[in-house]
Ligand binder design. Structure first.
Ligand SMILES: Nc1ncnc2c1ncn2[C@@H]1O[C@H](COP(=O)(O)OP(=O)(O)OP(=O)(O)O)[C@@H](O)[C@H]1O
Length: 447
């Protein structure tokens, strides 16, 4: 019998999920969910949008069912409400008769890259949220969130997503005026129009758009004069219920822009694109190879993905280089060929590959125990403590799932590994000797 209140069940569910998923996934999908304080036996959740609700049900139904009771109908005792879209303060509207004609042409428009479509965007835990939110926005532009703000590191697919929205809107909403521009081009446009005293025409043009896609807003930093005009354009579109999508290398709060603009951007749907995990990188490599018309063996894709890991553009560069080399030299793709062609890229983009086996070797030497004991289920303190240190190092130094890391320790579970990591992380703060032992192991491994 379930005796927990829905609130208790929810917080236990969150605790479990937080241990299991990546911080990006948790931040994107779970952190925005609010528990509604309703007097009900049902768990009432307030979600910021339908994507979060669908994500929760599609991916965590099984887990939820072990925390929540089930109704007589067999459904989970769970209900959702979608938080009301926050409204921007009203600004003076531009009369309709002043809007530019839909046939206006603009030289600075960015042509949407035909390869940057949702179909060619490979999904993984690091970008699932941004992708489903973008698909939702492209399906009903201006209807759910009038502003979407996409941020993330270099080469992780922000422009790809931006153009995908543009393609889909053009395909499904033929009458809507979609315009894609880089922030640099917007600034150049502004400079030209100021010089030609045609600022009003420019304003009318931008304010007549239905969907404005703006790439790399970080280039607006430290340019207060241009920022003001951008902010006006932006507010005017938002007030008309039009759609804006902005990309940036940082979240809104970290941009050096006026408080007014930052507040406006934070008000939208803010989504982060993270670094793809190993499996997603492998899938991206294989997809890119397929697009180029060749097949990349799985083992080779893993090999490349293990060495190039924080920039998808570099993965794509690797595929292009490998393809060109093998075609010209009429070679099959083997690991040797990959090493000789892409070795340089590996050097610049990767640090030394650390494996659980290396960690076990290093820890065994420092603590004077046998590797086989570390992998066994021996529980004596002189073995279990170094084993926990090795688990701590594995979680700290290897970018892989807890489950896989734990199983490399002779089939341990992810909760054992997490427990070990927490314990050692706590001890290392106060135990000088342990800190030195761990530093020594790290130096050995990274040397
Ligand atoms: N998930 C993905 N699936 C397929 N291709 C991807 C994915 N993520 C990125 N790419 C590819 O990586 C390349 C770089 O992506 P993009 O230009 O969109 O990155 P960005 O985040 O805008 O980079 P920058 O910060 O430099 O502007 C593109 O060719 C894009 O197609």
């Amino acid at each position: 019998m379930l005796t927990k209140t829905p609130q208790e069940a929810w917080s236990e569910f969150l605790e479990t999920v937080e241990k299991r998923c990546s911080p990006t996934e948790f931040q994107n999908w779970f952190a925005p969910i609010r528990l509604r304080e309703e007097v009900s036996e049902e768990l009432c959740l307030e979600v910021p949008n339908i994507f979060v609700q669908e994500y929760l049900i599609n991916n965590y139904k099984k887990e939820l069912s072990s925390f929540l009771s089930v109704k007589a109908t067999g459904e989970l005792s769970l209900s959702f409400t979608i938080s009301e879209t926050k409204k921007a303060e009203p600004l003076p509207q531009i009369p309709l008769n002043q809007l530019a004609s839909p046939s206006s042409q603009h030289a600075l428009e960015v042509k949407l890259n035909p390869n940057y479509t949702f179909q060619h965007f490979i999904e993984g835990p690091s970008n699932q949220f941004v992708k489903s939110a973008a698909v939702g926005i492209a399906t009903r532009p201006g209807k759910s969130y009038t502003l979407m703000f996409i941020h993330g590191g270099v080469g992780l697919g922000k422009t790809h997503i931006l153009h995908s929205i543009g393609h889909q809107v053009r395909e499904r909403h033929k009458k809507l005026r979609v315009y894609c521009i880089t922030t640099e081009a917007f600034i150049n446009d502004l400079v030209d129009n100021l010089r030609n005293k045609s600022l009003d025409r420019m304003k009318r043009f931008y304010r007549s758009l239905d969907v404005l896609l703006v790439d790399d807003i970080q280039f607006l930093q430290n340019r207060p004069n241009f920022e003001e005009e951008f902010c006006n354009t932006f507010e005017s579109l938002i007030n008309q219920g039009k759609q804006i999508v902005i990309t940036s290398d940082k979240p809104p709060g970290q941009l050096k822009l006026s408080e007014r603009l930052i507040a406006r951007m934070e008000w939208g749907l803010v989504a982060n694109v993270g670094i793809p995990d190993l499996e997603t990188r492998v899938a991206i490599l294989q997809h890119k190879a397929e697009q180029k018309g060749f097949r990349l063996p799985q083992s080779i894709a893993f090999f490349i993905a293990e060495h190039i890991y924080n920039n998808v553009r570099q993965l794509e560069g690797a595929i292009n280089r490998l393809n060109a080399y093998c075609r010209l030299m009429k070679l099959d793709i083997t690991q040797e060929v990959v090493e000789s062609t892409l070795g340089e890229l590996f050097q610049t983009s990767s640090h030394k590959k650390i494996s659980v086996d290396n960690i076990l070797k290093s820890v065994a030497t420092i603590f004077g125990v046998r590797i086989s004991d570390l992998k066994s289920s021996v529980r004596s303190k002189d073995v279990s403590f170094p084993r926990q240190v090795a688990m701590y190092l594995a979680k700290e130094l290897i970018n892989d799932s807890l489950m896989r890391l734990a199983s490399a320790f002779g089939g341990k579970t992810h909760s054992t590994l997490l427990h070990a990591w927490k314990k050692i992380a706590g001890l290392v703060k106060k135990d000088e000797r342990l800190r030195r032992q761990i530093d020594m192991a790290r130096r050995n491994l990274e040397a």
